[in-house]
Design a protein around this ligand. Sequence first.
Ligand code: EPZ
Length: 426
Amino acid sequence: MDKIIVKGGQTKLQGEVEIEGAKNAVLPLLAATLLASEGEVVLTNVPILSDVFMMNNLVDHLGTSISFDQEAKKIIAKANSEIKTTAPYEYVSKMRASIVVMGPILAINGQARVSMPGGCSIGSRPIDLHLRGFEQMGATITQNAGYIEAKADKLKGAHIYLDFPSVGATQNLILAATLAEGVTTLENAAREPEIVDLANLLNKMGANVKGAGTDTIIIKGVEKMHGAKHSVVQDRIEAGTFMVAAAMTQGDVLIKDAIAEHNRPLISKLSEMGVNFTQEETGLRVVGPEKLKATSVKTLPHPGFPTDMQSQMAAAQAIAAGESVMVETVFENRFKHLEEMRRMGLEVDITRNTALIQGNSNLQGAAVKSTDLRASAALILLGLVAKGQTTVRRLSHLDRGYYKFHEKLKALGADIVRVKDEDGEE
Ligand code: EPZ
């Protein structure tokens, strides 16, 4: 595997950066292609990420043939009326997001057998809300040999209240409800932009999904679905990551075609810290101040501050003047990057889901390891401003969610390289 070496201290990022299609949109969109019984689903603006290759392989294995033109960032998914019932361990164990194929398989075949997804470094990540929703739609759920089995003669519309606005559960249940008999209402549904993107594709494919983006989504079952064309929504987390990069380095960066609406809480918090935003014709310009001010942040389901921006924001708080507070309410174990930042001199007190971060303008570069894909980006950002050299390992996490991350930073003026890691780190 590789490692990234970044020299910090004097970089002021300048220029323009292009943002890819959203990882957390394209994965459920690929699951949705299983629902078409005729025609082709053409997805454009597809990000080239390891998670996308994994989902392509799973969907292809299930029966919808996938061709991925990386040059054109385009996927063509050819409908197939025969969809396999089992999503095997070797796929699901590699990427927990694969669980969203369960809804479509169950809707099409009246049964689904999916390997239990693993937890991951940020938490146990149960799927009880997914399964309870399927049961309310008439499925019986059993577990054996590490697989979850769901059986239903025909899924029936139901009124489902989600205890937590889970993104994955909302996606899985929308997908299942598209071909169910009758109307399904999801209350306390997730409101993320990626849910809206999924509903947009489904409706183009002939489904009837209303209310996506609000906390109540109504899905009227239809007989069958067909091909469509759809461009993947821009990745608000990649965009947000570059906003923080500009903020931390007194930079002046234009985030091309950025959708400010998708990053309101982040923009508001960074503005509080002294960052300047200007909406321009071709994107959002972000200008970082001489010195960032400390601030308090609490992560929440959308439209609250996104947990996927927590570690990047913590990197900004690490160099801000004064004490900042970071509260993580979505995942139970998403502070591992702070342990790594301590190796760079960060003083932080962590009590359960609250971190008190003492801003420090004299952090020192160090060798660090990323623990999840957003932590990788956060450590690289901190390396841009720490004195000396920072080496970031375990880049397999980074490659799951960021395309050409170090090239894009280099094009903005960062002193950064990606090289083979002779020490053989994962
Ligand atoms: C999606 O994960 C994203 N992944 C995550 O992005 C993101 O952090 C998360 O939503 C929250 O926004 C994809 O879209 C592929 P959840 P998901 O179900 O669907 C608990 C990244 O960095 N929960 O909203 O798994 C769960 O344990 C990744 O790109 C249950 O208790 O998130 C967690 O604490 C990381 N029971 C909370 O809800 C359930 O049945 C949020 O989970 C489901 C979830």
